[in-house]
Write a protein that binds this ligand. Structure first.
Ligand SMILES: [Zn+2]
Ligand SMILES: [Zn+2]
Length: 218
């Protein structure tokens, strides 16, 4: 039953993620497999782009930290974004490769994990860091001992195309609040170039990032 070799995840990835849970390791393995499929190394700069199909309000999002850790496609470098489909899947695209790969965590494996004691704790509202360490380790070992075939369904998407947004350092001061704003995000309001916050609110309101919180993409 056991695969020949237990998958290894560096300790720093758990430290970065903050707790011991099964979904960060699933993401780490998914990212590792994507690099193999694309025939590339972990990205140092901005080549790879990941489209996570996860949404909000379901706890498997930890997977995305694992993907970032193994691929180097980090949020900060603008290499990962969410599609809000509510699925445990991601698409991996690299500019030097034709198409892209979509990797989905198999229904069968999701069903295999679901009855584990770890999720009994989670359903009672207990956070992963408060779950007994041996329970966390046991479910992580199930992930690390599984084969790629048991875990993932991989689809090659030959027609997948993506045009990365061209990076720009161009910025200007918002004519209301005076803060530097990257030009892509300046709006015109009453003939003035203003930031999103000032475009949508009166200067006295100071409601930042309202636009992002209330309108997640789709
Ligand atoms: Zn987690
Ligand atoms: Zn402003």
């Amino acid at each position: 039953m056991m695969s020949t070799q237990k998958f290894q995840i560096p300790e720093w990835a758990f430290e970065f993620h903050g707790h011991a849970c099964p979904f960060m390791p699933i993401g780490y393995r998914m990212g590792t497999l994507a690099l193999q499929k694309l025939g590339i190394e972990k990205c140092k700069d901005h080549e790879l782009h990941v489209f996570s199909e996860m949404g909000i309000g379901h706890p498997q999002g930890c997977m995305q930290d694992g993907i970032m850790a193994s691929t180097g496609a980090t949020f900060g470098k603008g290499m990962i974004e969410k599609l809000f489909y509510g699925k445990v899947a991601a698409i991996f695209w690299h500019p030097d490769r034709m198409g892209a790969y979509r990797i989905f965590l198999r229904n069968e494996f999701q069903d295999k994990l679901a009855p584990h004691e770890f999720f009994a704790y989670r359903k009672k509202g207990i956070e992963p860091s408060q779950i007994p360490a041996e329970v966390g380790q046991d479910i992580i070992d199930i992930v690390l001992n599984a084969t790629n075939d048991e875990l993932f369904d991989i689809t090659y998407l030959p027609n997948f195309e993506y045009k990365p947004i061209k990076g720009s350092f161009a910025k200007a001061k918002c004519e209301v609040c005076g803060e530097y704003t990257f030009e892509r995000y300046l709006k015109v309001k009453e003939g003035k170039k203003v930031c999103i916050s000032c475009a949508e609110h009166e200067p006295s309101e100071k409601v930042f990032y309202h636009a992002y919180i209330s309108n997640p993409k789709k």
